[in-house]
Design a protein around this ligand. Structure first.
Ligand SMILES: Nc1ncnc2c1ncn2[C@@H]1O[C@H](COP(=O)(O)OP(=O)(O)O)[C@@H](O)[C@H]1O
Ligand SMILES: [Mg+2]
Length: 337
């Protein structure tokens, strides 16, 4: 089966005064129709730049795709016209951003903003667009949707604005929804409600979701497949159950170790020391080597390739397969997917 989205060897760079900086360094992954792929990694790893690259929304002129391919329904997006990308956005694929106030226009009502996409992409009149917009607000469980339609975004709470963003994103029933940290700014209860909502809408419409998050608890709950990014590269990828039960990259082990668990009284949290390297000053070797407790000379000198370590499971680590004794903290984590 051909994947809905195929990303191959994607390279994205930003030009700065000092020259070009590679922030996404040749990543490849597939998103199957109707499935959920989670992209995880610490801040600065290139998750948002990856999604902006797919959507054709890199900040111009300094951000650009320098290589690779992005195919949506078999159609190449890299190098395609702005018109083609505009037609696809909202209709074929939509994106929900972390901070809704940056993408909701403060000078238009909630209703006008949801209707705008519908009127642009569907052959319907304003009356029908309004009906659909109200229906979407109802679906995302906004109380009194008829009244809310005519309110401005600043009147809504953070949770309500995020729901409006989801309603906007899903109104045209896109085949792919990219949600970039959609719940990070919200408290845990609202977060759970929003994720549940996305899941329900996915079941109704068959939308594929790319969920970007640094919250592995969320990943365990909703993802089918996982991509772990570090310093602009994929260091591990595979089905969610494999990633949680037998992670094969020390960075993933570190991320999993950082999830608090309820079932262990005195938990031993592994925290990852140090910081994500600066993409403007790339070092030779594995980009995680400086922080990795298992790194040796080879890791500091050579870049490990992403290789098969299990069924559809890849890791970019010379030490894979990892010693199972390394994995005490994450081995019991429950995967609901
Ligand atoms: N508009 C921009 N101009 C220059 N560099 C950027 C820009 N946006 C992101 N970057 C750089 O790209 C890298 C990846 O950023 P980003 O994709 O936002 O990380 P993440 O979403 O994983 O936290 C970072 O080093 C960041 O500083
Ligand atoms: Mg980001």
């Amino acid at each position: 089966m051909t994947a809905l989205l195929q990303v191959r060897e994607l390279k994205t760079i930003f030009s700065a005064d000092g020259g070009d900086v590679s922030v996404v360094n040749g990543i490849s992954f597939d998103v199957q129709a109707g499935r959920t792929l989670a992209i995880v990694g610490e801040s600065g790893c290139g998750k948002s730049v990856t999604s902006l690259s797919i959507m054709g929304l890199l900040p111009r002129p300094h951000g650009r795709i320098a290589g690779g391919s992005i195919k949506f329904e078999g159609r190449e997006l890299v190098g395609s016209s702005e018109q083609t990308l505009q037609d696809l956005r909202g209709n074929g694929m939509a994106m929900i951003f972390q901070e809704p106030m940056t993408s909701l226009n403060p000078s238009f009502t909630v209703g006008e903003q949801i209707m705008e996409g519908l009127l642009r992409h569907k052959k319907i009149n304003r009356i029908r667009a309004r009906e659909i917009a109200i229906e979407m607000l109802r679906k995302v469980r906004i109380p009194s949707p008829e009244q809310r339609m005519d309110e401005y975004p600043h009147k809504l709470s953070g949770g309500m604005r995020q729901r409006v963003m989801i309603a906007m994103g899903m109104a045209c029933e896109p085949k792919l929804l990219i949600a970039d940290e959609p719940t990070t700014a919200l408290d845990a209860t609202i977060q759970a409600q929003i994720l549940e909502l996305m899941r329900t809408l996915q079941q109704e419409t068959g939308t594929a979701i790319v969920l970007i998050t640094h919250d592995l608890g969320v990943v365990a709950e909703v993802a089918d497949d996982v991509v772990v990014m570090y310093a602009g590269r994929i260091v591990e990828q595979g089905p969610v159950k494999e990633i949680f039960s037998t992670p094969q990259h020390p960075y993933t082990v570190g991320l999993l170790g950082a999830i608090p668990r309820m079932d262990i009284e005195k938990q031993r949290l592994i925290s990852i020391e140090g910081q994500v390297p600066n993409p403007a000053r790339p070092l030779p070797g594995c980009s995680f080597a400086q922080r990795c407790p298992f790194a040796d000379q080879q890791c500091l000198e050579l870049m490990p390739a992403l290789v098969e370590v299990g069924l559809s499971h890849r890791s970019a680590c010379f030490k894979a397969p990892l010693d199972p004794d390394l994995l005490p903290v994450c081995s019991g984590l429950e995967v609901v997917a």
